[in-house]
Design a protein around this ligand. Structure first.
Ligand code: M6R
Length: 364
């Protein structure tokens, strides 16, 4: 049941810390502090390329993994929504690795992508939350998310668990291929290990998030901006808001703003930026500056350092815990999901069962 929570979604949001912790516990060897993968008849050193396929939020987890794997393991990665991938039938070489990501392990398009990848002679790794699922059964390697059952149609804890698994996988690849030093890998693992405590801290910011929700509940359109590995979190924020509140929302890579979406910006369109300190902070900040100059109402999610720098242009700031830029996508997924939840509460929509949606899309 939902215990003392009003909705399954609220309960599942509060499970972020434990789910991230359990997922890390399964993956990180306490003795070596390195991620360990289940035995696989595949040499991590010979993977020439990776293709990731998934739907919805699971796809955004895959998109984030693309940034991590390319940066840390130096392997080229493609990421596609499964409904496009399966019919595009891209040519694959047998030394490529396919990755599918799915909470249910039963999504029809993702299943078809998995089967297509196998017809190309490639191994498939699945990141699934249900180990008895069809996808798990048909994969060469399963990396399990330890999220427990997710009832709410809007995915929450399964998403952060997928990100956690994929982050660990990127580091395992980097270790096997020698693209990161042992020290660097240990530092990144340590950053992952701090996530449960920081996730719990964010869940305590409910009042802040509720205040933010009152600022956007009457908007017709909302834009979410991020760059680099934060770009998929902008997409996640927009998808959750659409699903739960029926407000039209779009996520964009902030650098793409001046190629079109900036035309939408005026005082009636809140712009929500997921912008932690890190290598792309200044770039994102200057994109936000341009949006502010067009009268945009800028809502900033950042750490204390970033918040200080953006105070002049932001109409609202939510300060999140400091973290290594590597783990920021996992941490920042939580407030954007909480925001969608709070807007739904204000609007009185059906939180756990949004209109027209099914938890598991088993037909195409
Ligand atoms: O079970 P799956 O992870 O394969 O489901 C994929 C999508 O249907 C799912 O993430 C969907 O986008 C959620 N409603 C997002 O909140």
């Amino acid at each position: 049941g939902k215990g003392n929570f009003r909705h399954f979604m609220e309960k599942e949001l509060h499970e972020h810390p434990i789910v991230i912790g359990d997922t890390l516990h399964r993956m990180i060897d306490p003795a070596t502090r390195l991620p360990v993968l289940p035995a696989l008849d595949l040499d991590l050193n010979t993977i020439s390329r990776i293709c990731i396929s998934a739907c919805g939020s699971a796809f955004y987890a895959g998109l984030t993994a693309r940034y991590w794997i390319e940066e840390y393991a130096r392997i080229a990665v493609d990421a596609d929504v499964a409904s496009e991938f399966r019919y595009r039938e891209p040519p694959l070489h047998s030394d490529e690795l396919g990755i599918v990501v799915s909470q249910s392990g039963e999504t029809a398009d993702t299943m078809a992508a998995l089967r297509y990848i196998r017809t190309q002679g490639c191994k498939v790794m699945s990141v699934v939350n249900v180990p008895e699922s069809t996808m798990a059964r048909e994969s060469d390697l399963i990396l399990e998310t330890i999220a427990g059952p997710e009832i709410s149609v809007a995915s929450t804890k399964a998403f952060t668990a997928q990100l956690t698994v994929l982050a660990g996988f990127a580091l395992a690849l980097a270790h096997a291929r020698g693209t990161l030093s042992r020290d660097r890998i240990e530092a990144l693992v340590a950053a992952l290990m701090e996530l449960p405590a920081k996730a719990a801290q964010i869940l305590n910011e409910e009042d802040e998030i509720r205040r933010l929700a009152t600022q956007i509940q009457d908007a017709r359109d909302v834009l979410f901006f991020g760059r680099g590995s934060m770009m998929p979190i902008a997409l996640e924020g927009a998808l959750k808001l659409k699903e739960l509140s029926y407000i039209h929302a779009e996520g964009y890579p902030a650098g793409e703003m001046k190629h079109g979406p900036i035309a939408l910006i005026d005082a009636s369109v809140p712009v929500i930026a997921v912008v932690p300190s890190g290598p792309l902070f200044e770039k994102t900040a200057s994109n936000l500056q341009e949006a502010a100059a067009r009268g945009g109402r800028i809502i900033v999610l950042s750490d204390s350092e970033g918040a200080k720098k953006l105070a002049g242009i932001a109409s609202e700031v939510v300060i999140l815990p400091d973290c290594d830029p590597f783990v920021a996508p996992i941490l920042y997924a939580i407030p954007v999901q909480m925001l969608a939840y709070q807007v739904a509460i204000l609007k009185g929509t059906d939180v756990d069962q949004p209109r027209n949606l099914a938890k598991s899309v088993t037909v195409e």
